[in-house]
Design a protein around this ligand. Structure first.
Ligand code: HEC
Length: 189
């Protein structure tokens, strides 16, 4: 049957569209139907894996920080997904412990999601809690004071604007906090 698509342009177009439709359905519509955990917030029932409970929605200040993250284009350079490859879990890890792989249930309150595609800077999916407020302030003021050779631009208008700075840091400290995996747990915010 598909041999005919070699000689018939209309048939080729129709066959291509049908294949595209099947591909689209199988990768977007079918998976959440098969696995409902995709749309449920992350839940921990096992006390040995950190505090039990369900992932909470963002607070008002965290949402404000998220909006600043979007406005400043942090996502041009930073992704927010620890992929299923070892290098990612090592890079997102902390003090010799690899980070868990990102799962959809961690992102149910993210709209739009900020997974990103370009990794000019490191992935931020597990950066929450790694650095304290003072570190972030110095880093936003001038990243090269902390990381010589960093290509991250300075954001002095955030570092010097207390409400915006507090909101952005509050948001950053939530990243990757659904799963309590860090050996030393977290800094106080
Ligand atoms: C031009 C690309 C670029 C942009 C835009 C950018 N960053 Fe970065 N960022 C980097 C690079 C490169 C690094 C690694 C070097 C460093 O730590 O400064 C980094 C590091 C970081 C780190 C430390 C990550 C770690 O695991 O050590 C954080 C947190 C961060 N950026 C947050 C932000 C936020 C928030 C914004 C938006 C206000 C932003 N970045 C905008 C490139 C960028």
């Amino acid at each position: 049957m598909f041999g005919k698509t070699d000689v018939s342009a209309p048939l080729f177009v129709v066959a291509a569209l049908v294949c595209f439709l099947i591909g689209g359905l199988m990768t977007t519509v079918v998976p959440p139907l098969v696995d409902a955990s995709w749309s449920r917030p992350f839940k921990n029932d096992d006390p040995s894996k950190g505090p039990t409970g369900v992932l909470r929605p963002y607070t008002e200040i965290e949402l404000k920080g998220r909006a600043i993250y979007v406005r400043e284009g942090c996502w041009y350079c930073h992704t927010q997904q620890t992929r299923t490859i070892l290098a990612d879990t090592v890079r997102s890890g902390w003090r010799g412990v690899n980070a868990p792989i990102s799962t959809p249930d961690e992102f149910v309150y993210d709209s739009p999601h900020l997974f990103g595609t370009k990794r000019t800077g490191p992935d931020l999916s597990h950066v929450g809690g790694k650095y304290d407020v003072q570190w972030h302030r110095t880093h936003f003021r001038n990243p090269r004071d902390l990381v010589p050779g960093s290509v991250m631009p300075p954001f002095p208008w955030i570092a010097n604007n207390e409400p915006e700075f507090q909101a952005l840091v509050a948001y950053i400290q939530t990243l990757g906090r659904a799963k309590d995996w860090r050996p030393d747990h977290d800094y106080e915010q």
